[in-house]
Design a binder for this molecule. Sequence first.
Ligand code: PGA
Length: 234
Amino acid sequence: MKIIAANFKMNLTKKEIDNYLKEIDNKKINNVIFFPSNLYIPYFSKYNIGSQDISFKEIGSITGDTSIKQYLDFNIKYVLIGHSERRKYFNDSKYISDKVNLALKNNIIPIICVGETEEEYNNNLTKKVLKDELDEALENNITLLNNEIIIAYEPIFSIGTNKVLDIKEIENIITYIKSYLKNTYLLDIKVLYGGSVNLNNIGNLEKISNLDGYLIGNASLDAKSFLDLTSKIK
Ligand code: PGA
């Protein structure tokens, strides 16, 4: 069964979360991991939960940040690291290696987000960008790489835009990521696809043979249609 990561980003308030929880109650969604905003993580304690980020430090004076140790109090099992929005607004590319290190040391599964910009894609730089981002996340953490890691491939220009690459292209890129990680780090790793996954394109995306799951933003925000979407994922 594929992994489905539901990334709420900064959306949904308490009332909407309450309705959401009513809607998903008792539904078969064992393969879904929810990534609500920090404040709402405790409400999802019945489900698989992850955090959308962690601080690059384990503890200390960093106003506004949340430590992995604090997330552990709420039983998170996964963390998104290096989402393109974090890279863009918070200069996160600088901290990827430290964050992956903290996640692995604390037995949390990092979902490392990688992906190229439209300009890089047009200039045929996709593989180079992915290789650099993977190395940046992994090369200083070699000794911890026996723990589970997941990669999310998200072309940045596909996030929230409805511009999805041809499925053959996505399949080739996933093949590249998997073989690069196998050859360089001896890792067999699950790869998710993210970027405008929705009810209209899921039938087509499901034809990708080497995909292990999806990272879903917008289309995870409405519980009813999200459940519909999850029912179409095998
Ligand atoms: P989207 O977001 O599904 O709204 O494109 C995906 C993501 O940013 O992880």
